[in-house]
Design a protein around this ligand. Structure first.
Ligand code: AMP
Length: 421
């Protein structure tokens, strides 16, 4: 299938690092994990994302299930998360209710480097609180996540305010008027988009459109007093936390529901797909979806793009090599070593076990190839004495251990080795 990808074992360490860092950072800020289904009623996304957005009009994986119900593979997580917030009455908890989730999203986009049809996101939402200090701390946490991955220096934080239900429509009209007057100088897509969603036109990447769009009226000048004050406070708090940002009054984001604070983290390193994370405030959306009039703010991080920025892990797949290779010689020895292998693994020691049907020499070669630190040999003689031979694969030195002690001995040596490295 086009636009999907496998995450191979050699890459999984990076994914674990990204997800582990997210958990650690988000939980330090009091966020709790919520796990959501990957499909929902189509109607939820149509309402929650906006009928006139690219996502809803062109990119959703929608199908009728066997009962004839229209369902959609989630293209983003916010709508599902808010559905769960409403459905389970999570709004009764102290505000803001802080939640995060992670997993695959599905969008029928044209695949290219850094853009997939099944991709993965980390999503964070803080619900029921509209204080500008919350906006600043949500953005601060996003930056902190990238600091923890040592990527913050390679990213730029872009910040804007889109106004609210009061001032945004006024700006929309003013912008539309301007775009209509300059329609002849805009590309076909801009002209097509402008009546439906004029703010999105500001996003157009076509070079020929830029002069007109760059000279378009700024949303900043259209903000009402409340929005202006809110945004000034957000910026003041970001300054207080020494979080650098650039003001970008052309930043509109692809989803319809954003109001007031919006932001994106961009990089110059990934070509056209330069957004690594984005988010914003969506006061009014919870109510629109049938819930209480709670405001909300959140962001999504694209995991594939974070992984693309990360350096390869230092030790590659080394971590998976067995500490010991157990070599039974014959079926009775295999029966004696099976429970030893189980016990060693239960103490988190990675061991591999032969089947007892090969020559000692070829089994030792195999232990060597696997990179095992120790070989454990049990032949007929050792079995009769209730012993095993432990062979240091590096030096070739050997000594015997009583079989009942073997698993414990391996665990002990494993600990010694680990504390040394
Ligand atoms: P959005 O939900 O569109 O604001 O996207 C949030 C983040 O998800 C973006 O900044 C990207 O990092 C990532 N993202 C969005 N769409 C894709 C895609 N098709 N393939 C890979 N990553 C994506």
């Amino acid at each position: 299938m086009r636009g999907v990808h496998d995450i191979l074992p050699a890459e999984a360490a990076k994914w674990e690092r990204v997800e582990g860092t997210a958990r650690r950072v988000f939980e330090a800020y009091g966020y709790e994990e919520i796990r959501l289904p990957v499909f929902e009623r189509t109607e939820l996304f149509a309402r929650g994302i906006g009928e006139v957005t690219d996502i809803v009009q062109k990119e959703m994986y929608t199908f009728l299930d066997r009962a004839g119900e229209a369902v959609t593979l989630r293209p983003e997580a916010t709508a599902s998360l808010l559905r769960a917030y409403i459905e389970h009455g999570l709004h009764v908890h102290p505000k803001p209710v802080r939640l995060y989730t992670m997993g695959p999203m599905f969008r029928y986009e044209r695949p290219q480097a850094g853009r997939y049809r099944q991709f993965h996101q980390l999503n964070v939402e803080a619900l029921g609180d509209d204080h500008p200090a919350l906006d600043a701390q949500v953005i601060g946490m996003l930056v902190e996540f990238f600091r923890a991955l040592e990527l913050a220096g390679r990213l730029q934080l872009q910040l804007n305010s889109l106004g609210d239900a009061k001032c945004r429509p006024v700006y929309r009209e003013r912008l539309l008027e301007y775009l209509r007057a300059h329609a002849a100088a805009l590309c076909a897509e801009c002209r097509d988009r402008m009546e439906r969603n004029p703010l999105r036109v500001l996003d157009c990447k076509t070079p020929a459109c830029r002069p007109v769009l760059d000279a378009a009226p700024s949303v900043q000048e259209a903000l009402c007093d409340d929005c202006r004050r809110h945004f000034a406070d957000v910026r003041e708090y970001l300054d207080a936390m020494a979080i650098p940002y650039v003001l970008n009054d052309r930043l509109v984001r692809g989803l319809d529901y954003y109001v007031r604070t919006t932001f994106e983290l961009t990089t110059a390193e990934l070509g056209a797909q330069n957004a690594v994370a984005g988010g914003g405030r969506y006061d009014g959306l919870i109510e629109l979806l049938g819930g209480p009039p709670d405001p909300g703010i959140g962001f999504a991080i694209g995991i594939e793009r974070v992984v693309l920025l990360l350096p390869p892990p230092a030790e590659g797949r080394e971590g998976r090599k067995p500490f010991a290779f157990l070599i039974p010689l014959g079926a009775p020895a295999l029966r004696a070593l099976l429970p030893v292998a189980t016990a060693a693994r239960a103490s988190a020691v990675t061991v591999e076990l032969g089947y007892g049907d090969r020559k000692l020499r070829s089994e030792l070669e195999r232990a060597n190839r696997l990179g095992a630190a120790w070989a454990v040999i049990v032949g007929e003689t050792e079995l009769a004495r209730g012993e095993a031979v432990l062979r240091d694969m590096a030096s070739g030195a050997q000594h015997t251990v009583a079989l009942p002690e073997l698993a414990r001995e391996l665990a002990r040596r494993f600990e010694v080795e680990r504390s040394r490295s």
